[in-house]
Design a protein around this ligand. Structure first.
Ligand code: HEM
Ligand code: HEM
Length: 174
């Protein structure tokens, strides 16, 4: 495979917007000093969007497992192709682990997750040790995700602006 089909590209860009928003919103929730009543309703929105991300992530990862990744563009040295592959795998693994850890945190906090009134994911009885562990995982995976994403975006821009190859163009136009 030498490029990405329209479904892969659509999924990539929808998730790109959602992930940048979810990371920004999540860090704001954690460190923005938001007062508690507003924070609770913001967390409810964060959880609902997180479940939508999870559905798109299942599609994306399933698709990638079946199709594999596109071959790197011809001009790339082998070390760069390996680094690119590794970073894509880290991004997809983080994409799966963020909603999973978020859901475990929510379920064992005893608060159900309402997904825009369409479905409600029920909560178990509250177990603080499990929700605290999931919260810790959610936090550190978010740091890894954000750092890898920063490199990913910088690499995409470098390919486009400095190397002037087709890496970014093929993710936009195929
Ligand atoms: C890809 C999806 C998601 C991303 C990128 C994301 C991102 C984040 C980030 C960056 C934080 C702040 C972490 C910190 O530094 O402490 C956070 C907090 C949180 N997330 Fe998520 N999240 C996602 C999905 C979910 C889901 C599906 C749920 C639950 C159903 C969830 C529930 C929470 C909760 C409860 C907090 C804690 C807020 C607080 O008490 O400060 N997240 N999320
Ligand atoms: C927001 C700005 C983003 C830009 C400019 C961008 C750019 C790109 C480009 C140019 C490619 C094609 C690489 C190639 O052809 O080898 C790509 C692939 C990829 N990107 Fe992004 N990306 C962004 C956001 C994201 C986000 C938020 C994720 C997180 C899940 C992500 C995950 C991936 C993955 C896993 C691939 C490999 C192919 C695939 O599974 O779709 N990207 N990206």
């Amino acid at each position: 495979m030498t490029t990405y089909d329209v479904l892969s590209r659509l999924n990539h860009w929808i998730l790109a917007v959602l992930i940048v928003a979810m990371l920004g919103f999540g860090f704001y929730l954690a460190y923005g000093g938001v007062p508690v009543p507003e924070k609770l309703s913001m967390i409810a929105t964060h959880k609902a969007v997180g479940v939508v991300v999870m559905v798109l992530a299942v599609w994306r990862i399933g698709y990638r497992l079946v199709q594999g990744f596109a071959l790197p563009v011809g001009t790339m040295p082998p070390w760069q192709a390996r680094a690119s592959h590794l970073s894509h795998v880290v991004l997809l693994v983080s994409l799966a682990l963020m909603p999973i850890s978020g859901l475990i945190m929510g379920m064992f906090s005893g608060i159900p997750t309402d997904v825009f009134g369409i479905v409600t994911i029920p909560a178990f009885e509250r177990v603080d040790a499990i929700s605290a562990a999931a919260r810790m995982a959610h936090k550190y995976i978010a740091y890894l995700f954000a750092a890898t994403l920063a490199v990913h975006i910088a690499a995409a821009l470098k390919h486009h602006l400095i190397d002037k190859d087709s890496t970014l163009i093929r993710m936009v136009r195929g």
